[in-house]
Design a protein around this ligand. Structure first.
Ligand code: BEZ
Length: 215
């Protein structure tokens, strides 16, 4: 059974480059991005990790912890770490500044459905899970091994997830923080008047635009 949005992210204990963690304790009152990599000492993974390290201040601003995973040992992760720092300047990156889980026995990869045998036999593909402070899964992304992810897109999605958790809005195509939002269809015009006293622009009866409530 694959994990689904809205389910509680399974808890686990793991060895990481920052020592042993208990996943739910690690998340604490934050959001968390858990993301997997096929293997240590592989090129695309090295670029992704250095780029994510450079974006860590943006994740911090969004109260979001970062934790990576691959099916190698802490010893291998630690050796790989210096390579990640070495290539950083070529990819607008930075040296590693968040923990990497050593999932040598593949228990966590199996638990989270990160191994897709038709794509990569024994290795994890590029999974992303965004988990909320309530430990529920808010977003799942799955990329093939050969395609590096765009972490700015993940930040954009985080902005939407956090905004729509607090306000009765959804975000339209290509939305970025500050752009107009959509009043959720479940809210009647009468109820919307209380929440959006400055009114809205109606493009269709079901498509009502309001300024970003967090602008
Ligand atoms: C990479 O990270 O470069 C990679 C890993 C496994 C398969 C293909 C690419």
């Amino acid at each position: 059974m694959s994990l689904k949005l809205g389910e509680t992210a399974p808890d686990f204990k793991a060895q990481t480059t920052d020592g042993e963690i208990s996943f739910h304790d690690y998340i604490g009152d934050s959001y968390c991005m858990l993301f997997s990599h096929p293997k240590d000492f592989t090129p695309v993974c090295s670029t992704e990790l250095s780029r994510t390290a450079a974006l860590k201040p943006e994740f911090d601003k969004r109260n979001t912890k970062i934790i990576g995973l691959s099916v190698d040992s802490v010893g291998d992760h630690s050796k790989w770490e210096s390579d990640i720092g070495d290539v950083a300047e070529h990819f607008n990156g930075a040296p590693l500044n968040f923990p990497l889980i050593a999932d040598n026995d593949k228990k966590i990869s199996e638990l989270y459905g990160m191994i897709h045998p038709g794509e990569l036999d024994q290795l994890t593909i590029r999974s992303v899970f965004i988990i909320g402070p309530d430990k529920k899964i808010k977003l799942i992304m799955t990329y093939p091994a050969s395609t590096g992810r765009n972490f700015n897109e993940i930040l954009r999605a985080l902005d939407s997830i956090q905004l729509t958790a607090d306000h009765k809005v959804a975000t339209p195509v290509d939305w970025q923080h500050g752009d107009d939002c959509i009043i959720v269809p479940a809210l009647s015009d009468d109820d919307a008047k209380g929440l959006f006293p400055n009114g809205w622009k109606t493009l269709k009866s079901y498509l009502r635009l309001v300024p970003d409530p967090k602008k």
